[in-house]
Design a protein around this ligand. Sequence first.
Ligand SMILES: [Fe+2]
Length: 136
Amino acid sequence: MSRLPRAQEYLKTGFNAEAASAARFRALAARAREEGRQRLAAALAELAAAKDELALVQYAAAESIREPAEELPAAIAAALAEEQYENESLYPRMIREVDAETGGVLSGIVDSQRAHAARIEGLLDAVTRSAGDIPA
Ligand SMILES: [Fe+2]
């Protein structure tokens, strides 16, 4: 059997890990900014950008070994499916199992993500109808 599935899986794991690190460093930077520690905030924001880069390196590597290469519309459709899974299954299950305050936070995430999903659907529709860029 090909080693590609494991390579894909590990690159995806690395992508998710570094994307989460980037979000964490952005959150730390926001905290430092709120506390008036502007230079610390700037340093943490730089680290967040560096983590984003590491995520993108692994995303690109996963793309390059994917067979057949996934077109951008298919990749956007997969991202939309993931968002829909989160909204319809993942978050609702978590909301049922936590206290009301935490459930409220997670419900707010779902509300935002529903708007994101609608936006992504629109983008997917536009990018499917055109081989080039989407209309302005
Ligand atoms: Fe999401």
